[in-house]
Design a protein around this ligand. Structure first.
Ligand code: THU
Length: 135
């Protein structure tokens, strides 16, 4: 594991501890690695109007874009499930796809072990910005 992946995994675990999830009690943490080596984190932020909940991955993306980042090389995602690797929800896969298909998604367990996947494996045959450009 490279130092940068170690850091990314560690930051997503820390981000999970900041989750605001009083309704589901299901904390999720995410850490995005930008092309210039910055790390931007996110956690899930729930709402009393449940449908307004924002997932950890999307919190990280919104924050990163607002901070001027649009190129990403990896994201690490974690939750409290210890016995299997858990992937981002479908909505988050689509939001990640907005920024390219060929980047790495580290599905991370609470003990820091991870499974390395690619976004295009998690969301095959996607709808993406290039389809709009072809109209
Ligand atoms: N959640 C995420 O943050 N990311 C996902 O990819 C799946 C689900 C959050 C949303 C909600 O706060 C809680 O997990 C339970 O669904």
């Amino acid at each position: 594991m490279t130092d940068k992946v170690t850091e990314l995994v560690s930051k997503c675990l820390q981000a999970r501890d900041l989750a605001y999830c009083p309704y589901s009690r299901f904390p999720v943490g995410a850490a995005l690695l930008t092309a210039d080596g910055a790390i931007v984190t996110g956690c899930n932020v729930e709402n009393a109007s449940y449908g307004l909940t924002v997932c950890a991955e999307r919190t990280a993306v919104q924050r990163a874009v607002a901070e001027g980042h649009r190129q990403f090389t990896a994201i690490a995602v974690t939750c409290d499930i210890k016995d299997r690797f858990v992937g981002p929800c479908g909505a988050c896969r689509q939001v990640l796809m907005e920024f390219g298909s060929n980047w790495t998604v580290y599905l991370t367990k609470p003990d820091g072990t991870y499974k390395e996947t690619k976004l295009h494996e998690l969301l095959p045959l996607p709808f993406s910005p290039e389809h709009l450009a072809k109209n």
